[in-house]
Design a binder for this molecule. Structure first.
Ligand SMILES: Cc1cc2nc3c(=O)[nH]c(=O)nc-3n(C[C@H](O)[C@H](O)[C@H](O)COP(=O)(O)O)c2cc1C
Length: 171
């Protein structure tokens, strides 16, 4: 897929077909995460990829709107260091946001859908993923082939009007 088509085709997918993702495709998505730029190249992240159905079902319980994780073919768990420093926390989340988008676009390029999920129950995520004490699971990214329709460029995305968002030169 062209980059522009991947950007326009990505949408949150929350219902997945019962079809696995080929190992090489999943690796490519993970490589996209690994290549993501980060503040001072600190790479304050680890990616735990889960494909076991029972583990995915258990992971889907970390937040009331994480149900789609249960039926995903794979879910990438974005793990980061805990920090007491507000500036550092913001910087880590900026980097994680970039990694998220890298994953989503690399997936869309392969026709693979993706869907974010927040993580509210940190204790459960910590236990299911076997994370060290000084790490937390920031986000989950569910991956899989869409159950409804294949990814295709969206001509009218649900967004605020372009001209009210883009300011040229000054506000
Ligand atoms: C930081 C963040 C957290 C999100 N958390 C959830 C979530 O817990 N569950 C969910 O179903 N969608 C979640 N979403 C998806 C958004 O609702 C979705 O991206 C937004 O409505 C735009 O839709 P689109 O991705 O299809 O363009 C999250 C998105 C972001 C950026």
């Amino acid at each position: 897929m062209e980059t522009w088509d991947a950007i326009r085709s990505r949408r949150n997918v929350r219902a997945f077909a019962d079809r696995p993702i080929a190992g090489e495709d999943l690796d490519r998505v993970l490589q996209a995460a690994w290549r993501t730029p980060s503040s001072s190249n600190q790479q304050r992240w680890d990616f735990v990829v889960c494909t076991d159905r029972e583990q995915l079902q258990a992971l889907s319980k970390v937040w009331r709107y994480a149900g789609h994780v249960a039926t995903s073919a794979a879910t990438v768990c974005l793990v980061a260091p805990r920090s007491e420093n507000e500036h550092e926390r913001a910087s880590i989340h900026y980097d994680l946001g970039q990694a998220t988008m890298s994953i989503m676009l690399a997936a869309a390029d392969l026709g693979i859908g993706s869907g974010h999920a927040s993580v509210r129950d940190q204790e459960l995520a910590q236990r299911l993923l076997g994370l060290p004490e000084d790490r937390f699971c920031a986000w989950l990214l569910a991956l899989g082939y869409p159950a409804d329709r294949p990814l295709a460029p969206i001509s009218r995305p649900a967004r605020r009007p372009f001209d009210s968002v883009v300011h040229r030169g000054r506000w």
